[in-house]
Design a protein around this ligand. Structure first.
Ligand SMILES: [Mg+2]
Length: 392
């Protein structure tokens, strides 16, 4: 059996262009789906996949680890830059989809079978609608509470908010109090039985991240995400050591050695690897094993398209340390028209039970994808009050 072609299908989904990767074989009807979505880098990733294609055409698609090693090492530059690691991930996911289809089993059965009966989903405030999640101002605590109640009404038992505003390396009490008011309003609205997460988007400096973490500590967050830049391992470690709230990070790390360094300093208690950015299942399985050795939970980053979601769930059914899966459902109204999924979501509890379809268990509606061709993503640029550049 040989790989004959790799196609990339770009689907403009408002905030992101979903990049679906289709790996075709010389066996009629046998192909695999992957996803390599990387917002604001769409053309670069599509180009990187075309570059990688030259390495894998004519190769046996079932030698997934061997092909991963080729893609990672055989262009001299190792594959850890985010464009390349995302491109590798898209192909790797598709290869595992093919292997599952050959054996007639879901991917998680290839890795020892299901380790749990169901997976809990969490949503973004507004369900992943760009304006609600990113556009709700941090001085509008009432709206945070209203959106939190909407999430609970939709069946979610956990949701994530952007309750920490962009801040300069040092600021006074105002942003701290605003964040605290938002979290207090959400906690007051939903009570103690719902889990609340706050994503800082790595906006704060380590010093500001520490202040936000301590101010929000009394509200019992399920986790507190990216409280400073992912490059600042010592800042992450200091914050994680200073509060009982679990610190989450990892969505911008692309390879095993980066997670090794993060875990070695105990920079987090929740690992947010992204199957579509960290080299696919092949590398993610190594990262998860390392997280297990540190007793660090796995909660994959997954705000992308439906292949990323299917991959994040297949991974979760195989990984003991997996705790919860990120999901979006209101990003575009036609999301369900793009994909036919094998798993089942209970709308009352937003928990997922596995399907029995082989591989990733999904079918992509290519006609629907073609209805949403590439468009440049909307810029999300942040400037501080003095005009200096901040972090989105
Ligand atoms: Mg995040």
């Amino acid at each position: 059996m040989k790989i004959t072609k790799i196609e990339t299908l770009v689907c403009h989904a408002k905030m992101r262009n979903w990049i679906f990767v289709k790996v075709l074989t010389d066996h009629p009807g046998l192909f695999g789906w992957g996803e390599a979505t990387l917002e604001w880098h769409t053309r670069a990733v599509v180009g990187a996949i075309a570059d990688l294609e030259t390495l894998v055409i004519g190769e046996d698609p079932t030698r997934v680890e061997h092909l991963w090693q080729m893609m990672w090492r055989q262009h001299f530059w190792h594959g850890h830059g985010v464009v390349r690691s995302t491109a590798i991930a898209g192909i790797d996911l598709a290869l595992w989809d093919i292997v599952g289809k050959i054996h007639g089993v879901p991917c998680h059965k290839l890795w020892g079978g299901s380790v749990r009966d169901s997976i809990r989903l969490y949503c973004h405030l507004g369900g992943g609608n760009m304006e609600s999640f990113y556009g709700t101002a941090v001085d509008n605590a009432k709206q945070f509470a209203e959106l939190a109640l909407e999430a609970v009404e939709e069946g979610f038992t956990a949701f994530k908010s952007m309750a920490v505003p962009p801040t300069m390396p040092i600021e006074g009490l105002k942003p701290i109090k605003a964040a605290e008011a938002c979290v207090a309003a959400m906690r007051g609205a939903v009570g103690d039985e719902i889990d609340i997460m706050v994503d800082c988007h790595a906006r704060p400096s380590p010093a500001m991240g520490m202040q936000f973490a301590k101010a929000l500590e009394p509200y019992g967050l399920y986790f507190f995400e990216e409280p400073c830049w992912p490059e600042h391992l010592e800042g992450l470690a200091a914050i994680n050591a200073s509060v009982a709230t679990p610190i989450a990070t990892g969505e911008r790390l692309t390879h095993l050695a980066a997670f090794r360094d993060l875990f070695a300093v105990r920079g987090c208690d929740v690992c947010q690897l992204d199957l579509t950015h960290c080299g696919g299942f092949t590398e993610a399985r190594r990262i998860a094993a390392l997280a297990d050795a540190h007793r660090i939970g796995i909660a994959p980053h997954n705000p992308q398209g439906p292949v990323s979601t299917a991959a994040s769930l297949e991974f979760g059914f195989s990984q003991p340390g997996y705790i919860i899966c990120e999901s979006v459902h209101h990003d575009v109204p036609w999301r369900e028209a793009v994909v036919d999924e094998g798993f089942t979501i209970d709308p009352a509890t937003r928990t997922v039970t596995p399907g029995t379809r082989p591989g990733l268990g999904i079918e992509i509606n290519e006609d629907e994808v073609r209805r949403h061709p590439f468009e440049q993503e909307v810029p999300q640029r942040v400037f501080y009050q003095d005009g200096a550049v901040g972090d989105w």
